[in-house]
Design a protein around this ligand. Structure first.
Ligand code: HEC
Ligand code: HEC
Length: 427
């Protein structure tokens, strides 16, 4: 054989091996064998296992279409801010899966944490990384008065709704007559128990019954916003279609839906990497608080997380047990039997892993720019800067396995399951 022909043969063998490796890495796919217990775990993660939305008894208007339409307008209205430029949608951008693409939310100023998505949070008993609010409606009241977010105060908002002809009509059609707040000695322009010092002093001067009237209108605005947010849900992703096929006994068709790398990533996710210890159920969250040793930026103090959030939710006048809940029975098991304990120091609310593709950066401070960085953190499992890292493995996965895991996470992408009109500013 001439050396040229030998070279050609080597070249061809090399190409065949390379193609073989590529084929093995990305498919074509072949049925992966799942054990029965794996299969039932996969089924429990599928969106098809998501129960219908539980009623929110603390919010009579949660499922009202009129309330959702009113809330939709409020959500996008920049007039609900101290500088007329910030709305909820400033940080919860529909095209970015209701996040903002920034490490930390930016409104009037820079807020302290990464913006969480709103999609699917109607299922969550807690809102925020530290769970300092226990319903979507109670949550909605807090950015409006946060000096870094909307920067306003509740008395000013109530005046605004009362003076705006359309909003006043919308409000009264739902909640009944607005209280008469025309007497400026009783109802100053600005007042709030939590906003700037001047507003706080003005609030102190108001009579308790007047404060209650203002709080009630304010709570109702939150209830309308929550009625809107409740309509933003996760739709079926490729992962869900895969499980659908598997559970219908179509292993062959199933393997056309996910690549081999994605399937191997899924196997790691539920098995060796132990992700489902916390990211479980159809929304990939156990709705619990854990310390995963997520490091802060060097300039940030470590976040105390749930230990402070717990105190705040118990003290929140708008919580499930408070005066503004619509549930006469005050049936609030989450709050009544809430978990306490020192292990909550530095713990944050397990985020859903659905639709991570468009929501970088990650982590409660937006510390991690990419999913690969998050996975690297789990793989190394550093000591927590505060409290105790519960996810202390280290995983010791190799680079290829980490890539599989990431590939799997990205199979959880799906369009927001809501009518188009809800995904843009109202006309
Ligand atoms: C300046 C940016 C900004 C604005 C404006 C803003 N948010 Fe947020 N939002 C955030 C950040 C940051 C977080 C996470 C904060 C934390 O956990 O401490 C968050 C968290 C949330 C959550 C909790 C989601 C979860 O999974 O825990 C909901 C719901 C929410 N915001 C709704 C709203 C609504 C409704 C408005 C308008 C009334 C609003 N936000 C205005 C930045 C913003
Ligand atoms: C002990 C519970 C626990 C385990 C186990 C766990 N996670 Fe998490 N995960 C969390 C919590 C809590 C956070 C929020 C951390 C923070 O930023 O404070 C989180 C954050 C994340 C994020 C960032 C999401 C975002 O929106 O910022 C990703 C991605 C993630 N986890 C994937 C995984 C994967 C993959 C595994 C398995 C290797 C895993 N997690 C194991 C509890 C856990």
């Amino acid at each position: 054989m001439s050396s040229k022909r030998q070279g050609n043969a080597r070249y061809m063998i090399g190409t065949v091996i390379l193609l073989g490796i590529t084929w093995w890495q990305i498919g074509p796919h072949f049925p992966h064998t799942w054990s029965d217990s794996d299969l039932s775990l996969l089924e429990s993660l599928s969106i098809d296992s998501l129960p219908s939305l539980p009623p929110d008894r603390s919010n009579t208007y949660a499922d009202s279409d009129d309330a959702a339409r009113f809330g939709h307008k409020l959500f996008f209205d920049t007039r609900l801010s101290s500088n007329g430029q910030v709305s909820c949608a400033t940080c919860h951008v529909p095209e970015k899966r209701f996040t903002d693409g920034l490490p930390k939310g930016r409104g009037i100023a820079l807020s302290g944490r990464n913006t969480r998505s709103i999609v699917g949070t109607a299922y969550s008993p807690w809102q925020y990384w530290d769970g300092r609010r226990d319903s979507q409606w109670a949550q909605a009241l807090s950015p409006l008065e946060d000096p870094a977010e909307h920067g306003g105060n509740r008395m000013a908002y109530v005046h605004f709704i009362s003076n705006d002809v359309t909003y006043r009509q919308n409000y009264e059609a739902l909640f009944g007559p607005m209280p008469d707040i025309s007497e400026s000695a009783r109802f100053p322009d600005n007042a709030s128990p939590v906003a700037d010092d001047e507003s706080q002093a003005a609030w102190e001067d108001m009579s308790p019954p007047d404060r209650q009237q203002v709080n009630r209108v304010y709570a109702n605005l939150g209830k309308a916003i929550a009625a809107y947010e409740r309509r933003l849900l996760h739709g079926p992703s490729r992962f869900d279609l895969y499980v659908r096929e598997l559970t219908s006994g179509n292993a062959g068709t199933a393997s056309d839906i996910l690549t081999r790398a994605e399937i191997l990533g899924l196997q790691l996710f539920i098995d060796e990497a132990r992700c489902t210890e916390c990211h479980n159920g159809p929304l990939f969250t156990n709705n619990e608080f854990h310390n995963t040793g997520m490091l802060s930026f060097p300039s940030d103090l470590p976040d105390r997380g749930r230990i402070e959030g717990l105190q705040k939710v118990l003290e929140d006048p708008f919580n499930c047990l408070g005066d503004y809940s619509d549930d006469p029975a005050r049936n609030c098991p989450e709050l009544t039997y809430v978990r306490t304990g020192i292990e909550l120091l530095g713990a944050t609310l397990t985020p859903s892993l659905r639709n991570l593709g468009g929501t970088a950066p990650y982590g409660h401070k937006g510390q991690q720019e990419t999913l690969a960085e998050v996975l690297d953190q789990y793989n190394r499992s550093p000591l927590a800067m505060i409290g105790h890292n519960e996810a202390e493995f280290p995983l010791r996965l190799n680079q290829r396995e980490l890539q599989w895991l990431e590939a799997f996470l990205l199979t959880l992408e799906s369009p927001v399951a809501a009518a188009d009109a809800w995904l843009r500013a109202p006309e």
